[in-house]
Design a protein around this ligand. Structure first.
Ligand code: SF4
Length: 428
């Protein structure tokens, strides 16, 4: 979502006459787009602001703005994080960036942090980076109140883009040569078109028909809201990728209750059973939090059991850290010692890496279709891409270019990546 927001901010600034700089050292304005979801992200911004303060001391007219979720979360207190900051903009106020910059030029520290429940940035043509995958937001904000999460406080109430604006955007993206679209929202399953009677399953189907040559992905889904009609749409439409990211956070219904997730682990398992019965070759990934408030050893064992039973293809795994102002910070005690959180997280990571590795090993000898995204980090003689099930594959280049769809014979695998060689040469 932040990448999509950065593309909107870049478009607004270019429209106002600014030109993207080649490097940080050449820039007259530096705008940091920030994430407040984890403590670690906030610490990284604090360190980066130290570095920028050094730059500002040498380049007196450098303007520095901080945008996105951290200023929305910390509000004007954010100014005390660093004297280098000239202005603050929240996720709903990017249209005021030109005004904030001109106030900063006149020496005034300014902040624009109002929520605007109507703001979807409709009508702005984002300046995206890269030419393979385009992020297309379909909704912003979240009406859930998961106890650990800052999103309702940083991005405000849910609002959906009109279906016609999403389809216009998809048309433009397809005409620009992109090969893949990822529809974005904090909880895409809550999508409800303001301009017609249409839910997310209907939107996804319409997008896949609008751009039949492109791969279509979406993120993120909430387990309580993912519908059977959505699952059947994924199964029916060939260009919708067979991958669902379905955050579970914990394997214990008791902890899910403390987290205010709105479903039990039995209901989650039922959703997974439905998905697998309708899309047998689906790939599933999830998010997990170790050591949430009140989690005991028995809860942790239930999480490990869930991983063993479901055998997710991949997971994003973290240990819990309190985010001030959230429901958990106000009502629950952060009572799991840090050493225990870290040990539980490590057990989760070890088990999940084992499972991911075993699943990838099973692909050795198969031929998969890969959308090439970039040169591999290790060698220009190899490309990196993804299968429609979102598995990363590194393969010998053999004349292929990023953007090509390549049939790749898998010859080896680790817990995160498959390696292979194309079965063909590119057609001229
Ligand atoms: S669904 Fe829960 S975790 Fe996801 S953004 Fe909303 S409040 Fe946060």
């Amino acid at each position: 979502m932040n990448q999509a927001d950065s593309a909107i901010m870049a478009a607004l600034l270019v429209e106002d006459g600014y030109v993207p700089a080649e490097s940080e050292g050449e820039a007259g304005i530096i705008l940091l787009n920030t994430c407040a979801v984890r403590e670690n992200a906030v610490e990284r911004i604090e360190h980066y602001l130290q570095h920028l303060l050094g730059m500002k001391r040498k380049q007196k007219d450098l303007i520095l703005g901080v945008a996105g979720c951290i200023p929305q979360y910390q509000r004007e207190e954010m100014f005390s994080m660093s004297p280098a900051i000239d202005f603050l903009a929240g996720p709903d106020t990017y249209r005021s960036l030109p005004l904030l910059i001109s106030q900063a030029r006149s020496g005034k520290r300014a902040a624009s942090l109002e929520f605007n429940p109507a703001e979807t940035y409709a009508g702005i043509d984002p300046r995206r980076q890269g030419l393979i995958t385009a992020f297309v937001p379909v909704m912003r904000g979240c009406n859930n109140m998961c106890a650990y999460c800052v999103v309702p406080f940083t991005r405000g109430r849910e609002r959906s883009h009109t279906m016609s604006s999403v389809l216009d955007e998809v048309r433009k993206v397809a005409a620009s040569g992109y090969r893949e679209i990822t529809l974005l929202g904090q909880n895409v399953n809550s999508y409800s078109a303001p301009d017609r009677d249409m839910d997310f399953a209907g939107l996804l189907e319409a997008v896949s028909r609008q751009a039949p040559e492109l791969r279509i992905r979406f993120t993120t889904s909430h387990p309580k809201d993912i519908s059977e009609s959505l699952v059947r749409t994924i199964a029916r439409r060939p260009n919708i990728c067979n991958h669902i990211h379905l955050p579970v956070q914990s394997g214990s219904s008791r902890v899910l209750g403390l987290m205010n997730r709105g479903h039990t682990i039995e209901q989650y398992r039922e959703k997974i059973a439905l998905i697998r019965s309708v899309i047998p070759d689906v790939s599933l990934s999830t998010d997990l939090i170790a050591g949430f408030c009140g989690e005991d050893e028995a809860d942790h064992q239930l999480t490990l059991k869930l991983l063993s039973d479901i055998r997710f293809d991949a997971a994003y795994m973290f240990f819990y850290s309190t985010r001030p102002g959230t429901l958990a910070a106000r009502t629950l005690e952060d009572d799991v010692p840090e050493a225990v959180k870290k040990r539980r997280l490590q057990e989760i990571i070890d088990l999940q890496n084992d499972i991911s590795g075993q699943l990838l090993q099973q692909s050795i000898g198969s031929v998969v279709e890969v959308l090439a995204e970039s040169e591999s980090r290790r060698s220009a003689a190899q490309l990196m891409g993804r299968t429609d099930t979102n598995r990363a594959v590194v393969f010998d280049r053999k004349g292929y270019q990023p953007g090509d769809l390549v049939s790749v014979l898998i010859t080896s695998a680790t817990s995160a990546t498959m390696t292979g060689t194309p079965t063909d040469s590119p057609r001229c």
